[in-house]
Design a protein around this ligand. Sequence first.
Ligand code: BTN
Length: 251
Amino acid sequence: GGTGRFSLDAFRHEALSEVGSTNSECLARARAGDSGLLWITAGRQIAGRGRRGRAWTSEPGNLYASLLLINPAEPQRVASLPLAVAVAVHAAVRAVLPPGGEPLEVKWPNDILIGRRKTCGILLEGEGLPDGRRAVVVGIGINIRHMPDNAPYGVTRLADHGAGVSPEELFAHLYKEMAIVLDAWDEGRGTAEISRRWRDVACGIGEKITVNLSDRSLVGTFAGIDDRGFLMLDTGERAPMPIAAGDVFFE
Ligand code: BTN
C-alpha cells in the first residue's frame, strides 16, 4: 500500500492456533470496540463458515484468515469490495504457484479456481454495531494441503499444483496484496483498474452459464461485469441483465 488509510503498516495481525471461526472472532472484536484493520488468522477452525450457511472444513495446513474493517466505505462502494478482494487473493496465490500450470482464475464474484476447481473461498459479512459504526469482515480460506471430500462442486488444493507453501508464507503474500489493492480501492481510486484486473483473470466470460438466484435460475451468456461488480447476463433481451448476487454454474 501507499500512504493512505490502507498502507502496509496500518494493519495489525493476530495469529491464533485455534478458533471457532476467524470471521466470528473479527465480529466479536468489532462489537468489543476494535477500530479495525485487524487480521486474525488461525491454524485451524472448529466452526468455520462458508457462504449460504454452509460449513467450511478447516483442518490444520490450510490458510484461514479474516480482516476486520470498520466503516470501509459508503454501502454503494462496499458492493465492489468482493472484486477487490478476489483480485488480491488471486495475486497472492499467483505468487506461490509455479508458472505454466493449469489456469488460475476468478469465478464471479470471488471464488478462486485452478483448472476450474475451487481452491479458495471468500466470505464477506457486514454488521451494524450498536454505536452506529459498520463492521465488514473479509474471510478467506485457501486450500493448501486439504480440501473437502464432500463438496457439491469440483475442488482442489495448492499442494496438488506444485505450491508446497506454508499458511504463514501464503499469508505474507495475502497481507501485502490486500494492502495494495485496498489502498487503490479506497476513495474510489483504482475502481476501473480493479475491474480490469478482475476481468483479465475471470473465467467464463462469453460462455453460457446458469445463475441461481435465491428464488429462480436464469440462463444466458456471461457478458462480463460492470464497474459495481454486478454480473451482466445476456439473456437475449435488448440489454444484458445486471445481477448483484447469485451462484454461477458453467456448462
Ligand atoms: C465460501 O463458501 O466459498 C466461503 C468460505 C470462506 C471460508 C473462510 S476461512 C476463514 C474465514 N472464517 C470463516 O469461518 N470463514 C472464512
